[in-house]
Design a protein around this ligand. Structure first.
Ligand code: IPE
Ligand code: IPE
Ligand code: MG
Length: 257
């Protein structure tokens, strides 16, 4: 339980691939949308628990670019759920700021309006930022960033005093980072995927470069506070080396203590 966790080493940013809603419903002889509805309750519980633990960013993969290929009925049910679940009260009660990443222009107009409204109403909340990835995929995001950088380079190259090298030097990790949808937040420390699949499914490919990965079989509607604690506990028992040796990391830790 929470007491066993080291409160000083809670991940700053947790990203979650919330998978397994459909199978959860199918096992109960219910329509898939019933599973998505149950998944919304899990989002509420996990959000409150993350706030309580002091997590600063929670990034939830809610609808991928590839999910547009699902049956239209299921897409409509999901869009309906996004609309109905965005209640200001929940964000205000938990002091949570709401943000969206993804190609939101593809979403129905009323969903877009609701998202913008919720972002505006919650913009001053400061305990945690909850980011919902909607109509999002990493390849879409990286492609968009490349296009934006190219446009900037072309705009600058209109000015003859800039050399080709100077223009090429605009391609830096920092500049790419700055053009991603996630530019406003740090990379995830911990990625959790529920539902048993061992893949990333086009989620934050760039940003997950050094995240700790945690996979569990629990379907998202069944994922609870205890499961979250297990994931964080697993995170806390790992050594993040970022390419260095075990010893180097240990020495650095001692130096800062
Ligand atoms: C995740 O659950 C939610 C979305 C992708 C929208 P799924 O709907 O993928 O559930 P399974 O994987 O089919 O069980
Ligand atoms: C990933 O789940 C996307 C979301 C959770 C929104 P999927 O169920 O779409 O992933 P795949 O198709 O099994 O890889
Ligand atoms: Mg799935």
């Amino acid at each position: 339980m929470a007491e066993e966790l080291d409160k000083t080493r809670v991940p700053q940013h947790i990203a979650i691939i919330m998978d397994g809603n459909g199978r959860w419903a199918t096992e109960r002889n219910k329509p898939r949308s019933y599973g998505h509805q149950a998944g919304v309750d899990t989002v509420r519980r996990i959000t409150s628990e993350c706030v309580r633990l002091g997590v600063k960013y929670l990034t939830l993969y809610t609808f991928s670019t590839e999910n547009w290929n699902r049956p239209v009925d299921e897409i409509s049910a999901l869009m309906g759920l996004v609309l109905s679940s965005l209640e200001d009260e929940i964000f205000m009660k938990n002091n949570v700021r709401f943000q969206v990443i993804g190609d939101i222009q593809r979403l129905p107009r009323e969903v877009q309006d609701k998202l913008r409204e919720t972002m505006k109403h919650t913009s001053r909340n400061s305990a945690m930022t909850m980011v919902v990835a909607l109509s999002y995929s990493s390849r879409w995001e990286i492609t968009k960033a490349c296009k934006a950088i190219t446009k900037e380079i072309l705009a600058k190259s209109g000015n003859k005093s800039i050399s080709k090298d100077e223009l090429a030097n605009l391609i830096t990790e920092e500049n790419i980072n700055g053009h991603l949808e996630t530019a406003f937040m740090p990379d995830p420390d911990l990625l959790i995927r529920t539902g048993g699949e061992l893949r990333i499914s086009n989620y934050m490919l760039w940003q997950l470069a050094y995240s700790e990965l945690y996979f569990c079989n629990t379907y998202w509607p069944d994922f609870d506070e205890n499961d979250l604690h297990k994931a964080i506990s697993s995170f806390q028992n790992r050594q993040r080396r970022f390419g260095r040796t075990e010893k180097q990391v240990e020495n650095e830790k001692q130096d800062t203590e």
